[in-house]
Design a protein around this ligand. Structure first.
Ligand code: ADP
Ligand code: ZN
Length: 618
């Protein structure tokens, strides 16, 4: 496959070199093969057809318009809503020797003039534009006189009011089809339900046959849910299992918690910083930038973080608190592993969080909206409590039904130990009955365990026949049992009324002793912090030869990135460095066969990387 790549030589405009998309893929981007669907989308556009692409984050949407823009005559116009992402995309393209630029409000007058001069001189292959700029009369007039390869509408769901991120300035894009009937349009998004999809097609005038939907699955992300017990200790023990340089995001629901967790991580020796909407713009930009440049390992953030970042090597996302719905959870976990390398999503799931989220929802005004949000929260809880493959539950939520279990989630990887819980279940159900089916889980557990609190005495619940019959088990164990009873349908929780527990019809045979019941043991317990540290040291000592070289290559990448003022991943991605460390190319030709090394980067950085590899010995 690497024979498709040209031999190193003098760089010219790559467009004049490659007749075929596969050659451009290899020669410009350094990749040996297309990912699923990329090739057919690219061919359709090159033929002048439209395309609608629904592909998960990290699926490789960008190449779907970048390669046709290089292959077709004229300039490709790319519409993107986020100015910060435009610059990264353009930096990455230029690093591959592609003539790309952006045109938005962040440019000074002189820079803007020079971009327009390049555009009119036919010297650009790709131009990234903000939607309101593109649709200004002045700019449309400019375009009318130029050859245009294609229009690409990134984050196309922004055009739909049904989508979760409607942007009024996107609506104008609906005029493009009429204004430029002969120019193909490609619309791309990672999140759109069927209503939003139809809306995008209709508004942009794209035919239904142009749809390419590649599914939602992110197979490289491993989903894990742990019962939340001592969350910070759990976080530390998780970090202890990761490489010390792995980048990650920790999401928490409140600003206060974000600040607190970030401070404790710094204390524990991690390069961590908080990020939330209450911080000054400048500080937020600094955190984002440092993270992007691998100077910061961990960002502890509220949901506000992530929209404007495009960092491919985020290795894990931890949810310290329960997200409000599956859409948010999926979007946030989806920021991990965009480069396709293994990544992890860890959710710490505590029952207390549900009550907090529910309270927040109920305090919001509109009852109809509240009902929808409670429903979405329930689905999220259902995911966290699931005893079957996590990926099945997630994809099922988005309307897909995989045929087999994924083999890459906590449920698939460590099937739960089960125990005969018949007696315990009966104790719990009787207690729910004795307290009049008018109390939530916390109170029921207090009664079971014979707790001596004020409320119990005041209510006279210390005189119930079930008072103290469950003192053999801890609070967490009872929590786990009751949750499972809810999940299996023996108990129901009145979500509209303080999560009051009630028996269902199915509880009767169990209470009467006509049924035995096996339940899962609560999963994974937190490793004490001290032990976590040890894990960390071991994983550091245990790094092999390849990893030593990998670290040196990373250091070189960082140095080059600093020199050129771009994020490190623009130089080479982690997957490319890992392949270099493993295959240890000895000359330019071997280096070129590493995935991610194209002609331009070979010419620019090849010698330096080859030198580090040669000097590493082995
Ligand atoms: P998306 O926009 O769909 O989230 P990107 O276009 O940013 O994803 O692609 C994600 C990563 O995958 C990028 O690092 C990109 O260079 C890489 N990539 C895309 N297509 C291929 C391919 N055919 N072979 C190898 N890597 C690819
Ligand atoms: Zn699974």
């Amino acid at each position: 496959m690497s024979s498709k790549k040209k031999c190193p030589g003098v760089m010219e405009n790559p467009r004049s070199h490659y007749a075929e998309p596969l050659e451009t893929l290899a020669g410009v981007f350094g990749y040996p093969a297309f990912r699923p669907h990329q090739e057919e989308i690219i061919s359709a556009l090159i033929r002048g057809e439209d395309a609608f692409v629904l592909m998960p984050t990290g699926g490789g949407k960008s190449l779907c318009y970048q390669i046709p823009a290089l292959q077709r005559p004229g300039v490709g116009i790319i519409v993107s809503p986020l100015i910060s992402l435009m610059k990264d995309q353009v930096d990455a393209l230029r690093a591959n020797g592609v003539a790309a630029a952006f045109y938005n409000s962040s440019l000074g007058a002189a820079e803007a003039r020079s971009v327009l001069a390049e555009l009119h001189g036919g010297r650009l292959d790709l131009l990234y534009v903000a939607p309101e700029r593109l649709m200004s009369e002045d700019f449309l007039e400019r375009l009318a006189g130029l050859e245009i390869a294609l229009f690409a509408i990134d984050e196309a769901h922004c055009i739909s009011q049904w989508g979760h991120d409607f942007r009024p300035e996107y609506v104008q894009l609906g005029r493009l089809r009429r204004l430029f009937p002969a120019v193909p349009i490609i619309a791309l998004t990672a999140t759109a339900d069927s209503q939003t999809r139809d809306d995008i097609l209709q508004r942009l005038g794209i035919s239904r046959t142009a749809c390419r939907i590649t599914g939602f699955d992110r197979p490289n992300i491993r989903y894990t849910v742990e019962a939340k017990q001592k969350p910070f200790a759990q976080l530390l023990s998780f970090l202890g299992t990761r490489e010390p340089y792995d980048a990650g995001i920790v999401y928490a629901l409140s600003r206060k918690r974000v600040e607190e967790v970030a401070a404790r991580l710094c204390e524990a020796g991690f390069a961590a910083a908080p990020y939330h909407a209450g911080l000054p713009d400048r500080e937020r930009a600094r955190v984002q930038d440092a993270f992007q440049r691998d100077d910061l390992q961990l960002v502890v953030a509220t949901v506000a973080f992530g929209m404007g970042i495009d960092k491919p090597n985020i290795r894990f996302v931890v949810h310290y608190d329960l997200p409000k719905n599956i859409e948010s959870y999926y979007q946030e976990t989806g920021r991990a592993g965009r480069d396709g390398l293994p990544a992890e999503a860890l959710l710490l799931f505590g029952y207390g969080d549900i009550a907090i989220s529910r309270g927040l929802i109920e305090n919001g005004g509109n009852p109809e909206q509240n009902r929808i949000e409670l429903h979405k929260l329930n689905a999220m809880v259902g995911f966290a409590e699931a005893l079957s493959c996590r990926r099945r539950v997630l994809l099922g939520y988005f309307g897909e039904s995989p045929e087999v279990d994924c083999g890459n989630c906590d449920i698939c990887l460590t099937p739960q130990k089960r125990f005969d819980a018949t007696e315990d279940a009966r104790k719990a159900l009787s207690t729910v009955y004795r307290v009049g089916q008018r109390f939530g889980m916390g109170h029921v557990i207090d009664v079971l365990r014979g707790s001596r609190n004020e409320r119990i005495r005041a209510l006279g619940h210390d005189r119930l026949s079930t008072y103290g019959i469950g003192s053999n088990l801890g609070q967490d164990e009872w929590g786990s049992i009751i949750r499972q009873l809810v999940h299996l349908g023996y108990l129901e929780q009145d979500l509209a009324r303080y999560s009051v527990l009630r028996l269902t019809e199915s509880a009767r045979p169990l209470l009467r002793g006509e049924l035995t019941l096996n339940l899962a043991r609560p999963r994974i317990r937190p490793v004490p912090a001290r032990k976590a540290k040890k894990v960390r040291e071991i994983s550091r000592d245990g790094q092999g030869q390849n990893n030593g070289l990998f670290q040196q290559l990373r250091a070189l990448r960082k140095e080059i990135a600093g020199r050129e003022g771009v994020p490190p991943f623009v130089v080479f991605g982690d997957a490319t460095l890992a392949e270099m460390a493993a295959s240890r190319p000895a000359n330019a030709e071997e280096l070129l066969s590493v995935s991610g090394v194209g002609q331009h980067k070979l010419g620019k950085y090849g010698a330096e990387f080859l030198r580090v590899i040669a000097e590493f010995g082995g």
